[in-house]
Design a protein around this ligand. Sequence first.
Ligand SMILES: NC(=O)c1ccc[n+]([C@@H]2O[C@H](COP(=O)([O-])OP(=O)(O)OC[C@H]3O[C@@H](n4cnc5c(N)ncnc54)[C@H](OP(=O)(O)O)[C@@H]3O)[C@@H](O)[C@H]2O)c1
Length: 236
Amino acid sequence: MSSQKLTAIVFGAGARTGRGIADGLLAAGYNVTAVSRSITESEDLAKGALNIKADLSDLASIKGVFEKTKKLLGTPNIVIHNAWASVTPKADDWFSQDLTEMQKAYNTNSLSVLVAAQEAVAGFETLPASAPQLFIYVGNMQNVSAFPSPGFVALGMGKSATSYLIWAASQNFESKGYKFYFVDERTPDGGAVYGDIDAKAHTELFLSLAKGDNTVPWHATFVKGKGYVKFPNSIV
Ligand SMILES: NC(=O)c1ccc[n+]([C@@H]2O[C@H](COP(=O)([O-])OP(=O)(O)OC[C@H]3O[C@@H](n4cnc5c(N)ncnc54)[C@H](OP(=O)(O)O)[C@@H]3O)[C@@H](O)[C@H]2O)c1
C-alpha cells in the first residue's frame, strides 16, 4: 500500500467518461479503484490501480469496494459516482415503467450515492484535515430541466433526488471541510452535452477541486476548456 499517494474511487468506470476519469487520475499520480458491473477484476498495486466488479443497484455491495480500496490502496480522498441507469418504457407512455426496473435504477442513480457518501465520510473522518476530501456526483441538467421523454423519467428522478442529497451534504459537512459536488458539463450556451461528455474536462475539474479550488459551488456547472460557469439555471 502506498501511503504517500492520494486515493480515488470511480464508480461507473465506463468507456465514455468513467474509465477516462480513472485513467486521468492514475496519470496524475492517484491510486484509483475503478468499479463497474462488467469490468475485468484486477490488482496492479505497483501502479495503484484496482478494478472491482460491483453492481450499485445492490446497495450491500458498496461497502466491500471501500474496504478493499482502503486495505490495498488507502482511504479514499476522492469518491466519484459516475454510474447511471435508465428504464425504457414498455410503450411511448409516461407511466408504463416496470417498477422493479425503476427500483433498481433508483438504487443506481440515487440510493447508491447515499451509501457511497456514508462510506466516504466515514473515511474522511480518519484523514488529516489537510488532505483532499471530496465526494463528486456526475450529474446532468435534469435536476433543473425536464426532458420531454418517458425514457428519461428514471434518470431524471435519480438526478433530481441526488442533487438534493449533494446540496444538503455540501452544507452539512462544510464546517468539516468535506466537499460535495453535483457536476454537470454543459455546452458553452448552457445546454446538455449528451454524447459529447468529455472525460478529460471532468478530470481536469476534479484535480483542480482536489487542489483546493474554492471558487466552484456544489452545483458545479462547467464547460470544457473554461471550467465552472454559472448559468441562469445553476442553483447557486
Ligand atoms: N452533462 C451531460 O449532459 C451528460 C451527458 C452524458 C452523460 N452524463 C452523465 O455522465 C455520467 C457518465 O455517463 P456516460 O454515458 O459517459 O457513462 P460511462 O462513463 O461511459 O459509463 C458509466 C458506467 O457505469 C456503469 N454502471 C451502470 N450501472 C451500474 C451499476 N448498477 N453498478 C455499477 N456500475 C454501473 C456501466 O458499466 P457496466 O455496464 O459495466 O456496469 C457504465 O459503463 C452519468 O452520470 C451520466 O448521467 C451527463
